[in-house]
Design a protein around this ligand. Structure first.
Ligand SMILES: [Zn+2]
Length: 340
């Protein structure tokens, strides 16, 4: 097998041969040559059954080859995701996990827009978008999945179009509904989503998403942004405190203003939303340490991140051993929100 066109500066690799062999030579822009055995599992020669990759660092400092991936990806996918695949913690197998992943994003606003775009670029195979709103001119300062020409269009349609243009590997499932206690189970179960991103902007929905994820045993990322501040945490069933462990009940009416009332620096959604996307990818890949048991807060004015340890509340109304919340209910607090 010939593997050539190694991009030393970017650490990438370009595969041009579809032949298979038991031994191959890697040409590295004439700088060095490596010989490596390419183990053969399949006799099918259409698509590279296995794939050797070497990072730029290894190329320079190490004479041994690194990762043989068993993932069956197309040549186009190998090239599109090459910067993922050369990561030891991802590889071809990890990229295949991402391509098989199903992530539901509730709200395609300030948080959901950047999260959806990075997850689509990463190759998440199934992305669900939930929103019942239409694109407004005042959204465009931060909701980067929507364009000026999309004003008046349903957000889920606008979001789907952006994702489809970005990456044909992604199948977008849309839900033109306001999340309620009646439909949240069906929406989460529709594609049996692996991970849920809360990109909503109001407390009733945030509490509803938390309770649903606890009851359905689904991992999810909570987040909120306002003015120059943001916060996020990750919940994994049976492993970490839930949102309600930290905030047992909704704040009093009008205690927290909305972004409409208080304003929000547009980029806040980008910072916090992409952290949510990062957590989703780490969860899918099973790598690193998630923001479980911690609340991460961000102050853009002082450029301060704080990772605050949060314990599990043994008396939590929903995730404790003796929960008082066993059914989903809709909460009412229409004038109070904290989010996108
Ligand atoms: Zn809890």
């Amino acid at each position: 097998m010939l593997i050539d066109g190694y991009d030393v500066a970017g650490g990438g690799i370009i595969l041009k041969s579809e032949q298979t062999a038991t031994e191959g030579t890697i040409f590295t822009n004439g700088e060095q040559n490596f010989r490596a055995e390419l183990f053969e599992e399949s006799l099918v020669a259409m698509i590279l059954p296995k794939f050797l990759c070497i990072t730029a660092m290894r190329l320079n400092f190490c004479t041994s080859w690194a990762v043989v991936s068993l993932a069956k990806l197309t040549n186009e996918q190998l090239e599109r995701y090459s910067r993922h695949i050369i990561l030891e913690q991802v590889g071809g197998k990890g990229q295949k996990k991402i391509l098989d992943a199903k992530i539901l994003i509730i709200g395609t606003g300030g948080l959901g827009a950047p999260a959806a775009m990075y997850l689509a670029a990463a190759g998440v195979g199934h992305i669900g978008l939930v929103d019942y709103d239409t694109v407004d001119l005042s959204n465009l300062q931060r909701q980067i999945i929507h364009q000026t020409a999309d004003i008046g269009k349903e957000k889920i349609i606008s979001g789907r179009e952006t994702i489809n243009e970005m990456n044909p590997d992604v199948q977008v499932h849309t839900y033109d509904e306001q999340i309620t206690s009646e439909n949240i189970r069906d929406i989460i179960n529709d594609q049996n989503y692996d991970f849920i991103i809360d990109g909503t902007d109001n407390f009733p929905t945030k509490f509803l998403i938390n309770d649903a994820c606890v009851l359905l045993k689904k991992a999810y990322s909570h987040a909120g942004i306002i003015r120059f501040q943001g916060q996020t945490m990750t919940y994994v069933p049976d492993q970490s405190p839930c949102y309600r462990c930290v905030f047992p009940t909704m704040p009093p009416k009008d205690a927290v203003p909305t972004c409409r009332q208080a304003g929000v620096l547009g980029v806040m959604g980008g910072v916090i939303g992409t952290i949510q996307a990062t957590e989703a990818l780490k969860y899918i890949l099973g790598i690193g340490e998630l923001l479980t048991g911690y609340l991460l807060t961000y102050d853009a004015l002082t450029m301060t991140f704080r990772k605050i340890r949060i314990p599990r509340n043994k008396k939590c109304a929903v995730c404790s051993d003796n929960p008082t919340i066993t059914e989903l209910v809709d909460y009412e607090q229409p004038t109070c929100s904290f989010g996108a």
